[in-house]
Design a protein around this ligand. Sequence first.
Ligand SMILES: [Zn+2]
Length: 414
Amino acid sequence: MQSNDIFALGLGLTAPWKLVEQQLDTTKSPHRLDLRIAADRGSLYPCPECGKSCKAHDFKEMTWRHLNFFQHHCYITAPVPRTNCPEHGIKRIVVPWASEVSHFTLLFEQVAMTMLREMPVAVAARHMEVTDKRLWRVVFHYVGKAMARLDLRNLKALALDETKSRRRHKYVTIFIDLDRRERPVVFATPGKGRDTLQRFTQFLQEHGGNPDNVLEVVSDMSGAFISSIKTHFKNSELTVDWFHVVQLFTKAVEEVRRAEAKEIAMPKTTRWVVLKNADGDLTNRQFDALVELAALDFHTATAWRVKEALRWIRKAPTEQGAKWRLSNFLNYARELIGQEPILAPVRKAINTVEKHRQAIVARWRSDHSNARLEGLNSLFQAAKARARGYRKDLSFITIIYLIGAPIQDLLVST
Ligand SMILES: [Zn+2]
């Protein structure tokens, strides 16, 4: 094998193209390896429209960044012709090694996208010794194209949830297909509430789906979502995931604990204990704190007992049983907290659950497990870490798609 062949590897060189020159410049730091590709004089090139072999009209010298060759930055330069087709006129051809979107070679982009499945953009950029801004452009392009190909004809059940975006006080709403076991994310959009549903409905229709075929929508208990779900998915049953009920009470307990800690000294481990479940893995110290908390009659302990009673509902074997347990829970919880002002967050959670009791209980009828919803949170965290350094919603959403959407065929060039 000649050295020319080694350099040409992975370039996708096909006739009439060949490697004609190579030059290593060691005066630059890092060293720069330049490869020159050209075709013989008088060669014919395919018209980009019809593929007919045509004469070159003129040439333009173009340069692409290729994969590093050992530690040397590698560049490829070639005179790229415009063909003069009798039918389509004068057009610039696309050379086989070149990306249409960046000044990288295709192989460079492929390696970049493979790395980006595993690591943050900033880290991949450092490895490949390019700016992360240029790499982001590649990511946006491939993920955007793959998402455009997404087929949503079979979407019948979906869940939506919002998460804080990288910008302060801003949210991103994510839609997942409950029938997909792996990579369930089908859409993500900035904001939370009504207009996100509007945008998703449009996206769904553009991808072959029909909102009338959606039979179940799982949501949290935020008013904005709930009021417009019926408008957009008129055949759907709205259900609230149990996970959101638990989350609501966990937050309420934490609010009570914080308020109470300002007034009175509490056992140090309380913070961790109230966030845990009683039958979880408590350490001895945590267990002692819990006992102390209950014995001293802290309000935090009362709030915690309300939250713990939720498990009894969750264990109901049937929808009917769940309905009955939920009613009992609401009475029990109200009695337990009484009129105590510091327990207001728990009272609010109780009222929210009462308002949505029907949607909560409907979950017992659903075939869809909530495991995927609970898994979303770790997806959000991973996407945030990967997109770090970039505050734009588009970056965050693109990474959510990259790791959570069914787009494995990312490098298909269409
Ligand atoms: Zn043509």
